[in-house]
Structure formats: structure tokens, C-alpha cells
Write a protein that binds this ligand. Sequence first.
Ligand SMILES: *[C@@H]1O[C@H](CO)[C@@H](O)[C@H](O)[C@H]1NC(C)=O
Ligand SMILES: *[C@@H]1O[C@H](CO)[C@@H](O)[C@H](O)[C@H]1NC(C)=O
Ligand SMILES: *[C@@H]1O[C@H](CO)[C@@H](O)[C@H](O)[C@H]1NC(C)=O
Length: 503
Amino acid sequence: MGFKLWLQILLLFPTLSLSYQFFDYADALTKSLLYFEAQRSGRLPYNQRVTWRHHSGLTDGLEQGVDLVGGYYDAGDNVKFGLPMAFTVTMLSWGVIQFRDEIAAAGELRHALEAIKWGTDYFIKAHTHPHVLWAQVGDGDTDHLCWQRPEDMTTSRRAYKVDEENPGSEVAAETAAAMAAASIVFRRTNPHYSHLLLDHAQQLFEFADKYRGKYDESIGGAKGYYTSVSGYKDELLWAAMWLYKATDNLHFFNYTIHNAISFGGITWPITEFSWDVKYAALQLLASMLPREGKTEQEKHILEEYTTKAEHYICANLNLNNGPANVQRTPGGLLYTRQWNNMQYVSNAVFLLTVYTDHLRSTNQNLSCPRNPSVGPDEILSLVQSQVAYILGSNPMGLSYLVGYGRDYPKRVHHRCASMESYRDTKTFVGCTQGYDHWYGRRSPNPNVVVGAVVGGPGSNDEFSDRRGNFMQTEACTYNTAPLVGVFARLNSMVNTTTLVSSV
Ligand SMILES: *[C@@H]1O[C@H](CO)[C@@H](O)[C@H](O)[C@H]1NC(C)=O
Ligand SMILES: *[C@@H]1O[C@H](CO)[C@@H](O)[C@H](O)[C@H]1NC(C)=O
Ligand SMILES: *[C@@H]1O[C@H](CO)[C@@H](O)[C@H](O)[C@H]1NC(C)=O
């Protein structure tokens, strides 16, 4: 972290204690990967490090005659939602593809690969036929009536699928993207597994494309929880892009070019990236593709993708004109919306970090409407300031990465963390018993969901650490996933910058 940024932070928050000036990114990285163990569903392995969790969901899929044991709970409840789970795995995989050496240097590569494989092993099970994908287990409505540890669940574990009659292009395409990206991750270390993932990815993409339909119309239980606002066209382009990266097959490149206009890939500028809306990340990937050997028309479409990607980056830097920028809180946090704002921040810092390295390796600057020559360092200092905010340099003095630093949210909206651990008491906690005995308690959660990134503060940097305040205190797997690579990247700079001597 540069000295200038420190001065800025100290001027903004003169009461900050000196201990906040050093961020232990390696510690943040280690913790972020522990979180994925806390979210595991299924039979936990002997080397499970988060020991307040135990086996759960061992009959998932049984009613439907399919083995759906495993995968991840998305957040503080016990539902396995396919779309955010797949997006989480795509982002973890992209992080490893981009920052593999940095993650390995910090000694965390094995854990990162395990976090990805816990997801992809589940996707392999859930993809039972070329045109069948089991895309959800449990449902939000019945799950939310109860406050139970996953180890005790008595709620419906009904499984839901998408198929030719009930298509679901968002979830099929996102799962294709996740498996294609993961196939790149495992290419060298586990070539057989990598091939298997790629086969599934190609079949799922073909299914998603040929049988088009909104997944939340086929899986009613996804609506209201993970309704797809942007539809499936962004996921189709995004999956094709990942398949192109995984295969080098021009058929997939063609797809992203020929559908760029009709699918909205280059149609409108966008300033957010999330489990739902993938255009900005797709545009960024397209903008980094080499132009050699491309036709004039292809080059033209790639230029359009690039313009939109730059709009996203400039918006985060506050360097677009007028309202086309991402808002910030008075304390400087990028602010998109009230409910789980932190997801947009972690996705943004990931894209900004990737883009910084792209500019650096191609020796370019970015041109924004309000600054024609933005260098990579300027973009990286925005990343550093956002990560500093997440880790505790903020008006509340709280780290929004749970378990990191001295002070962090203690009442995370998380069923399992809020109750006595199954390890300590096997006494069954019934559906409403959890609400009666645990939910409303003032005291901190008995278990710390280390590595979880909560929804985070509101537009005025305010944060209320109450279990019932789920917009701010619930954490989601896709909040942490993009930060894994970012922490590793920032950690790799610590040894090469003057951080320690400048403090
Ligand atoms: C790409 O699309 C063009 C136009 O539709 C077609 O002529 C060409 O054969 C396609 N190439 C591949 C590799 O699919
Ligand atoms: C990028 O911009 C910085 C100043 O912001 C300037 O010093 C540098 O020379 C520029 N680099 C390129 C490649 O244009
Ligand atoms: C940074 O330096 C320390 C001490 O020399 C070393 O243990 C650590 O592995 C280095 N970190 C990275 C990311 O290279």
C-alpha cells in the first residue's frame, strides 16, 4: 500500500489506530478460504478444518432418485441454490486462473483448489443427463420458516431440475461457465478431471442455448430469492466466453461475436457485476482477447466490448461524466444498493485488479471521460482503498471480513453459526426452537464464520450488528469468492513495496 493512500486514510479518519495501517493480506486470504468449508453441505471429509460444522443434507435428492449430496449453502440458510453456487465457483476459478502463482506463494493453492472442487464435484452429480441439471435443493419459503442447523434440518429437501420441457438457461449456462473455468484450473494438475469438467460444460452450454428459457420460471422456488433480472442472454455469452478460453475452439468465439448485439453484450453500458448481471465481466474478458488474426468485423465487435468494459472501470473510478459513475459512501466505499452491497464491491475490486494487470502487461493506460490517461497504479490504489475499507479502515472501525482483525460483526445472520455447534451438543434443535432460543439473543454467535464477507454497511457507512438485519449481516459465498485472488495479489506486493518502511 502506497504512502500517499495512507495519508489520505489518516486524514479522513484521524482516530484510526496505527495497527490498522498494516493489512495482513495473507491472513485475509487464509480466512477467506476457510469460509467455503463452513458453507459445505454433505459428508464432510476427515481434513475439514471448520469443526463447528458436521455432515448435513445426506439424503438430498433421495426422493427424486438422484444423489445430490454435497455442494454449498449459499448464505445463512440451508438451501442449495444452483445459480449463485455456480457463479461462486466461476469466480473462485477465475481467481485461481489469474492469480495462481500468488495464491501458491502464500501457501493456499491446495485450499483454493479444494474450494473449487467441492463445487464442481457437486455439479457433476447434478448434471445427470446432457439435458438435465438439478439446480436447487430445498426452497427458501419453507427453509425460512425454521431456524435450524443444517445438521438438524427438518425442512423440505425437495430437489428441482431444469430439462427440455422446463428449461433454465441462466443456471445451465452459469454451471457451464463454472465447469469450463474450473477445467482450466485443473488442466495441469488433474487432466482427467479437467476433461470431464469440459465435457459437462460443453453439454450444459448446448442445453442452455438450444432449450432457452428463464430458469426462475421453471424453478418456482428460485423466484423471490434469486430471480434473474437480466435474463439468460448474459449467461449464454459469458459461458461461451469461458468455453472459448477453455477450448480455443473458434465456434465459441464466434458465438460471442455473432450474438454480441442481439444478446445485449455490447448494447448498453453497465456499472454493476453480480451473480445475476454478467455483462461487465464478459466485456472485460472480451477486451483482453488478442486482436491478431481476427476479421475486421470481429475486431469491430471486440472494440465495442472494450468500450463497454472501459465504461465499467471508469464508473468505479468516478471518472465518467455525470451520473454514469458508481456512487460512494462518505467513507469512500463503492455503493450500488442497500441489500448486500458488499457483493458489488468485491466483484468490482476483482475486475479492477485483473484489469490493472492487463494494462501493466500490455503497457497501456486507460482513457476515461474525465481523465484521458489513467495508469494501472491509480486503478490499483482504488482496489487497495476498497480492500482497506473491507478490512477495517472505515468509519465503523469494523472488518467486514468476519474473523479478521480486532473487531468484526459478531451476530452474522447465519443459522449454524448462531447456535451451539453440533460438535458440542448433538441435542436436536427443532424448526422454531432455533428462533425461540438462539435467533433473538443479544449475545454474539457461538461460532465465528471466519472468512465470510457480510452484506456490509449502508449508504452512510452505518452498520448495525443484529442477526435480524439480514441486509447487512448476512454473508454469501459470492461475496468472498472474488476476494480470494485479490488478497493473494495484494499479498504478493507486500514483499516488493515499501509498505513496512513507510509506516
Ligand atoms: C463463425 O461464424 C461464421 C458466420 O456465421 C461462419 O461462416 C464460420 O464458419 C463460423 N466459424 C466457426 C469456427 O464456427
Ligand atoms: C500513463 O499515465 C501516467 C500518468 O498517469 C504516465 O506517467 C505514463 O507515462 C502513462 N503511460 C502510458 C503507457 O501512456
Ligand atoms: C514474503 O516474505 C516472507 C518472508 O520473507 C515469506 O515468508 C513469504 O512467503 C513472502 N510472501 C510472498 C507472497 O512471496
